[in-house]
Design a protein around this ligand. Sequence first.
Ligand code: SF4
Length: 401
Amino acid sequence: MNQTGEELDTLVLNKERAGRKKLALGMYFHVPFCSTTCDFCAFYQEKPSKKKIDSYFRGLEMELSRFPPDRSVSTIFIGGGTPGLLQPDDLERLCKLVNTSDLEKDYEWSIELAPSEINPQKLKVLKEQGVNRISMGVQTFSSTFMDALGRKHPVDKIYQAYQWIRDAGFQSVNLDLLFGAPGQTLEDWEKDLAQAVELQPDHLSTYCLTFEEDTAMFLRLSQGKAKIDPEREAEFYEFAWKYLPAHGYDQYEVSNYAKAGFRCRHNLNTWGMHEWIGYGPSACSQYQGRRRKNIANLETWLAGMKPNHQPAYMEEETLSPEEFAHDAILFGLRMNQGISIPTIARQFDLSLGLFSNISQFLDRLVGENLARIKDHGNYQLTGQGRILCDAIACDLPELSY
Ligand code: SF4
């Protein structure tokens, strides 16, 4: 049964109060295969081959047996890459590996699928294995902007795939949309939003195109064939903030909207600085007070998983409770409900005095009309504050007396 975001927040809080050991736990699986590279994408991915897929499964089996979750799992997210590139028998194998963990009764289990990789056989396997949420990477309904982004699926495929997803019985569906492609106007963006709403998904994620280094889009930027225009981006954001709530989608984070009861629990856990374990090359974990990122190379990752070998990490750090609290504020400010400093202090067993810097900073934002104080004393960013949330995050001070 789906619960409202508020009910889930309360559930998570109650678990926290019952003791740190009961924090919600997520699992993330990175499937690093894509047949082609989208022009805006900087994620680690490889062209699939039988040998590479075999290596991936061998590594995953070893990683899961070396780093099993220490308690029951509330959310699972299979992302990539393109998990849907796996054939039905490989999807089944992946799901069976995932399912060796102890899942909570009301678990959320999402998988990201690209429209062109979806078919009824794969959906049947996923449904039978217990997946209960599909996230489809639509990006745009316009063939012009599809080309501009280097996406390869024809627009018709989106409608066909969506119908198959519903026919297979999935009751929780997210669509990802991307805005800010070169040449895209507000009218184009409105058309994309209208077509998405017409399908009636349960959740929508809307992301601004970013120009990551080592992508075809970045090359176009450096050649002067594309440009970054923050004012135009702000208009796109603000348009969606008005349009989607007016069409039944409650905004709960800068880029995320959901019908009642369909907020993404995996993301809520992540933004709330709970714990998750990432499996697969380039997957990130936040677990037992540490953050780490697996090496973004299939062979090196596999070698590190073998008995008597050291796992290879690109990044690894231990965080103090103060650092976790700082990040909970940083991500919490992106959420519409805002943040409660006493709640975050309790979550990380910290004294309120440590937050005086942060409170002064937030009061200054209130004075500049970038934040407001809501009932129960929560600080919440205003629309103008949300537009500037990246800059606000950079300026957010550390906790200190
Ligand atoms: S956006 Fe997704 S499908 Fe496209 S290259 Fe990146 S990971 Fe692959």
